[in-house]
Design a protein around this ligand. Structure first.
Ligand code: CO8
Length: 258
């Protein structure tokens, strides 16, 4: 698939996906959603990647939401289908076996903030602003925001932000646990890269196992504790733990990636 709305750069095993519609504040239109869905399925060879960074083009916005200009054509079925497709794509991000970091460089609103919340880690620049303003349009979030916002912020804070449509700044987002680091604009990508490089020095199977088992906590069709025991057993019998344990005992750094 030809990428028309995303920039995809892969350098030293780190993929950077830039949502590239700066004139529309990188709003997610149908094409963006299709392309994000594509890059998280056939569009990248995940087995060759250490991690993925998602960011927005320009200096003002990460993503200012779903593209509102496409809403006028939607009825009940159209709205449901658009929402369901977004869920499918964002589930792919959430369940990606390599770490996905949202590097939030400005407005992170509506569907854009929902995309950020599907990533494993969120960091932001100090000019970032976050919100779910759908209520101002007579809507509710449709790409998982009502659920993931509660997961990160707790019910009370999530309810207030969702019901008022208010935005919070980077400092508040850090206090609320929505992001884990606030940087200057210049430092945002270097910090994201550093985080991925650090994670890439660990065993990739253990990293994938942690992503799966943490996600299991939020999946009420599965028992996360059982999943953990199973993965733990597999990890203990696997080559990575042999290397990790041997390296500790031999007082050297483990080499997980050959
Ligand atoms: N969709 C389409 N265009 C947008 C969007 C958007 N979400 N956000 C900004 N733009 C466009 C503006 O229309 C403007 O275009 P133009 O230059 O052609 O007039 C351009 O980007 C620049 O924007 P502004 O001039 O408004 O810039 P400001 O700096 O004054 O304001 C804001 C920036 C605060 C980000 C403002 O643009 C804004 O409030 N945007 C809308 C934010 C919003 O409501 N987002 C939520 C959208 S709804 C949603 O995300 C639902 C997700 C679930 C969908 C489920 C499936 C149906």
């Amino acid at each position: 698939m030809e990428l028309k709305t995303l920039l995809l750069e892969i350098k030293e095993g780190i993929a950077t996906i830039t949502i590239n519609r700066p004139k529309a504040m990188n709003a997610i239109n149908d094409r963006v959603m299709e392309e994000v869905g594509y890059v998280f399925s056939e569009g990248m060879d995940l087995s060759q990647l250490k991690g993925i960074i998602i960011t927005g083009a320009g200096e003002k916005a990460f993503i200012a939401g779903a593209d509102i200009t496409e809403f006028t054509a939607l009825d009940v079925k159209g709205g449901y289908d658009k929402s369901a497709f977004g869920h499918k794509v964002f589930d792919r991000i959430e369940n990606c076996p390599v770490p996905v970091i949202a590097a939030i460089n400005g407005y992170s609103l509506g569907g854009g903030n929902e995309l950020a919340m599907a990533c494993h880690i969120r960091i932001c620049s100090d000019n970032a602003r976050f919100g779910q303003p759908e209520v101002n349009l007579g809507l509710i979030p449709g790409f998982g925001g009502t659920q993931r916002m509660v997961q990160y912020l707790g019910k009370g804070r999530a309810m207030e932000l969702l019901l008022t449509g208010d935005m919070i700044d980077a400092v508040k987002a850090l206090e609320y646990g929505l992001v884990t680091h606030v940087t200057s604009s210049e430092e945002l990508m270097p910090v994201a890269t550093k985080l991925i490089s650090k994670i890439a020095s660990k065993g990739p199977k253990a990293v994938a196992g942690i992503i799966k088992t943490v996600n299991a906590y939020f999946d009420n069709t599965t028992n996360g504790f059982v999943k953990e025991m199973n993965f733990f057993g597999e990890a203990m019998g696997g080559d990575e733990s042999k290397e990790g344990v041997a390296a500790f005992l031999e007082k050297r750094k483990p080499e997980f990636r050959k």
